[in-house]
Design a binder for this molecule. Structure first.
Ligand SMILES: [Zn+2]
Length: 150
């Protein structure tokens, strides 16, 4: 007969038995202890693999044991998600992605746009510095030639 893991996968089974052994060696009984609330987790409870409460999975934390599903989801919603959002904001700010005109959508005719809106010539394609320099040199050449006699 085919082997079936106890909790749906061999990984979950290993986490469960590892937490059972840790609880037993710690003198806390045969059931794993929730690493968020400190109460025992029974086989009939909904449970999740829990990561180090001080270092969440999104920050590279390792699986440390078993937690009640309710405790783990509450910890994720109240601690992990806001911390991840803040770290993303800080990273974006330091990378220069935040600020006026630096959002997801470019300001039409803004500094980063490929078009330029002018008072006299209307909407024009934005030129690079090299293109502007070449135009200036060409205009200067024409001006010098027209001043030369003959
Ligand atoms: Zn708990």
């Amino acid at each position: 007969m085919r082997y079936r893991p106890r909790f749906g996968s061999a990984r979950r089974e290993g986490v469960w038995y590892g937490a059972c052994i840790a609880a037993y060696l710690g003198g806390n009984g045969a059931n794993p202890i929730c690493n968020l609330c400190g109460l025992p987790v029974f086989e009939t409870d909904d449970w999740d693999e829990s990561h180090d409460p001080g270092r969440a999975k999104v920050f590279g934390g390792k699986v440390t044991g078993v937690a009640h599903r309710r405790c783990n989801r509450e910890h994720g919603a109240k601690v992990v998600t806001p911390a991840k959002a803040k770290s993303d904001r800080v990273r974006r700010r330091h990378a220069g992605e935040l600020g006026p005109g630096r959002g997801k959508r470019l300001l039409p005719g803004g500094r980063r746009s490929s078009i330029s809106k002018t008072f006299n010539r209307g909407v024009q394609p934005r030129l690079t510095g090299a293109e502007k320099h070449a135009l200036m040199m060409a205009a200067r050449e024409i001006a010098v030639r027209s001043e030369l006699p003959g």
